[in-house]
Write a protein that binds this ligand. Structure first.
Ligand code: HSE
Length: 416
């Protein structure tokens, strides 16, 4: 039986699980891949990566180091040396994917990246192969397990962001820099990869409007729930005519919506396509075995391609020419949940609604609870559809009122 030799760069949680499973499942994988997948070398932090990159017998390099450098240089070298690449590195592909995919295409090699989004959820293969007859209207994703876990803990236990964050960091799913998780950057990286597959265009991080979950209070989760909504960190790519909106931000989802019920470390990707219809992909978004499942499925795809000699020239994506421009966040319209912490004085509500009226923003409902804090009361409003541009100016004016304490919070209401 033909042997295909693998080299593994990075021996953390996912690397160890991949190595273990390649060994444990060798006979099953032989049948599935039609060849023997042999892990020839492993390179941990202190080993020399060039023993893998420059080994002429290694066919596939598995990159599980993470981060931009030196992963970019290693993958470039691997491609230059004629190797196939399997990676879980969402940050690298989101930021340098255009360069790396083009390089792979020039060399007639492929980069496989199923583990980079949603761990074991086969979303990459589904978009690339399963839905290759479709055009896409939108993607709505809960793409970061850590943030979702934090929001779930805040909701179940009634705790604030900081204590939920401390619990989450113990789970081992967070990025080395947890700000990437909670500030929405990791979700934006993953969104850029999904957008590349759906719309055939490589956008940059700066093209995505990104807002994290750090300003959400436990009381926002409670009020949202009372109003029939659940707060999630949502990654959105929405096509409307020739415009595409790219954004990551907390959103109020109607509580019965399937995405509103994705809890804990789970991820979900809601894909709206023209032929297959609206689809939901759901499952654990992080975890060593889940990610290793995706890595090994990529190894099998690569091995089958190598044996068939049908090398994919880069990633098989086609540009959706119907998409002509990116719609800036200020041009978007939405319903909103807004929350103020205000002094409990006469005239406060009148002041706030006066400013909103001035900018033609109409209020659907108002909730003012009893004093929860010593000096301020939370005022929560649901707004009818408003222009983001107008809302931003109005909120700035309201924040300037002496009776308003702390920065007002506005969360978009999304109904995928
Ligand atoms: N930090 C990531 C998350 C890991 O929490 O989703 C999986 O990409």
């Amino acid at each position: 039986m033909k042997k295909i030799y693998l080299g593994l760069l990075g021996y953390g949680n996912v690397g160890k699980a991949t190595a273990k499973l390649l060994k444990q499942r060798r006979s099953l994988l032989k049948k599935r891949a039609g060849c023997d997948l042999v892990l020839k070398k492993i390179c941990d932090k202190n080993d020399n990566p060039y023993e893998i990159l420059r080994d002429p017998n290694i066919d596939i390099v598995i990159e599980l180091i993470g981060g931009i450098h030196p992963a970019k240089e290693y993958i470039s070298e691997a491609i230059d040396k004629g190797k196939f690449v399997v990676t879980a590195n969402k940050a690298l592909l989101a930021e340098e994917g255009k360069y790396l995919f083009n390089k792979a295409k020039e060399k007639g090699k492929s980069i496989y990246f199923e583990a980079s989004v949603g761990a074991g959820i086969p979303i990459i293969k589904s978009l690339k192969e399963g839905l290759s007859a479709d055009r896409f209207n939108g993607i709505f994703g809960i793409l970061n397990g850590t943030s979702n876990f934090i929001l779930s803990q805040m909701s179940y236990l009634g705790i604030e962001f900081k204590s939920a964050l401390r619990q989450t960091q113990k789970s081992g799913f967070a990025e080395r820099d947890v700000n990437l998780d909670v500030e929405g950057i990791d979700s934006a990286h993953k969104l850029l990869l999904l957008v590349y597959l759906c719309f055939g265009k490589f956008f940059n991080l700066k093209d995505v409007f990104v807002e994290g979950i750090t300003e959400i209070l436990a009381l926002d989760i409670v009020y949202a729930r009372e109003l029939g909504f659940t707060i999630k960190l949502l990654a959105v790519a929405k096509r409307e005519g020739a415009d595409l909106e790219l954004r990551v931000h907390p959103a109020l989802l109607p509580s019965p919506h399937p995405l509103a019920n994705v809890d804990g470390i789970n991820n979900a990707i809601y894909v709206s396509s023209d032929l297959a219809g609206d689809l939901l992909f759901y499952g654990p978004g992080a975890g060593r075995n889940a990610a290793a499942s995706a890595v090994i499925s990529d190894l099998i795809s690569a091995a089958l391609n190598i044996q068939a000699g049908l090398f994919r020239k880069g990633v098989c994506v086609v540009e959706d020419t119907a998409v002509k421009r990116l719609r800036h966040i200020k041009e978007t319209e939405s319903r909103y949940y807004i929350r103020f912490l205000a002094e409990d004085k006469h005239g406060v509500l009148a002041n706030i609604s006066g400013i909103l009226a001035k900018y033609k923003i109409s209020i659907a409902s108002v909730t003012q609870k009893q004093r929860k804090r010593a000096d301020v009361v939370p005022i929560v409003m649901i707004l009818h559809k408003a222009k983001e541009k107008d809302l931003r100016i109005a909120l700035e004016k309201i924040a300037g009122l002496p009776v308003i304490h702390e920065k007002p919070l506005a969360i978009r209401i999304e109904e995928p």
